[in-house]
Design a binder for this molecule. Structure first.
Ligand code: ADP
Ligand code: TRP
Length: 323
């Protein structure tokens, strides 16, 4: 990395099989941004530990998320891809930030508040989650953090941590800006509600052709008989066509004229989804577990060097760097 340009940094939770909502809402725009600027992509495995307690699942999810992003177009020779737990400075710096912010400040963080509001018990890791995320971002002199809207507050917390540290110990950290990744709106699932893993209404991104066809054919429709006009505005399949089908005006005309049935529309949608993701699926199939591990190890080496340099400065500034 040259260090000359604006630097991007983002983190990904290793959270299992991705669906086409994740692809359109998060992967695709992230891949596009990382094509323009230099940056780092971190797999947030220690953040995931606040909820995942199964080592086999965590390990598989880490490998999967790296493979998914590379298959979707991230170039590992351009972006540094590494995992959080490989760079010990993240947890070290998080501790230092924890000593600078107050308990009431952390109590306002959404991730913690939401969990408590649902009557669930939050672990201390979830409570201090934003300071680990601040450390992730600030260690690398990050300029811009591409994230979904739900992470906006966490980037504000990172700015606050930077400012607290700079005020206490002198200018050390850049204050990063969030870049809220272009929202395509909410992608509906097969039942018409937001596509979401926990709702069981997803169309898998890297599923087999058969899995994709089965999911698409299960999209709910109303009882309009074949041959009658269909309303494209209310049809779930039509909303998905908008992202995968090239000839939308033609399709819209067929809906309004009643020359396409729901069944035909869904068959066409399944084929167009398969066509769009086929090249990604081929790239993903060509990536072995070993090659993913090599990418993470190379990324680790670059990240470690940058993080070590920054932490040396931090240790000296706070007064623990005696020799
Ligand atoms: P899920 O809701 O399936 O658990 P996540 O919360 O892990 O998905 O979301 C990961 C990313 O994918 C987020 O940035 C989110 O904005 C995006 N995303 C998830 N579901 C959708 C959807 N249905 N439409 C658009 N974007 C989505
Ligand atoms: N909290 C983010 C999420 O759940 C993941 C994350 C961890 C992150 N560290 C980060 C995102 C640093 C951006 C920058 O999606």
């Amino acid at each position: 990395m040259s260090g000359q340009n604006m630097r991007l940094f983002t983190g990904l939770q290793p959270s299992g099989q991705l669906h086409i909502g994740n692809y359109l809402g998060a992967l695709k725009p992230t891949v596009e941004l990382f094509g323009e600027m230099e940056g780092l992509i971190m797999i947030a495995d220690y953040h995931a530990l606040t909820s995942v307690k199964n080592p086999k699942i965590l390990q598989d999810n880490i490998v999967d998320v790296v493979a998914d992003y590379i298959a979707a177009g991230i170039n590992p020779t351009k972006a540094v891809i590494f995992k959080q737990s490989d760079v010990l400075e993240h947890t070290e710096l998080a501790w230092i930030f924890n000593c600078l912010v107050t308990v009431p400040f952390l109590m306002q963080a959404h991730a913690y508040k939401d969990k408590v509001a649902k009557g669930l018990e939050a672990n201390a890791g979830l409570f201090t989650y934003p300071m680990l995320m601040a450390a992730d971002i600030l260690l690398y002199d990050t300029d811009v953090v591409p994230v979904g809207e739900d992470q906006r507050q966490h980037v504000e917390y990172a700015r606050e941590a930077a400012s607290k540290f700079n005020t206490a110990f002198g200018a050390t950290f850049k204050e990063p800006k969030e870049r809220i990744i272009a929202s395509l709106g909410v992608i509906p699932g097969t039942d018409g509600k937001k596509m979401r893993k926990s709702y069981g209404n997803t169309i898998p991104l890297f599923g087999t052709d058969a899995e994709i066809r089965t999911a698409v054919m299960s999209i709910v429709t109303d009882s309009t008989p074949a041959g009658s006009p269909l309303n494209p505005e209310t049809d779930v399949a039509f909303q998905l066509h908008r992202h995968f089908t090239p000839e939308i005006p033609t399709l819209q005309k067929r809906y309004v004229e009643g020359t396409i049935s729901y069944k035909e529309s869904k068959e066409l949608l399944a084929e167009n989804i398969i066509k769009t993701i086929a090249p990604m699926r081929e790239r993903r199939a060509a990536l072995s577990r070993e090659s993913v591990i090599k990418i993470l190890q190379d990324g680790r080496d670059v990240a470690r060097e940058l993080a070590a340099k920054k932490m040396k400065e931090v240790r000296e500034k706070i007064g623990v760097g005696l020799y």
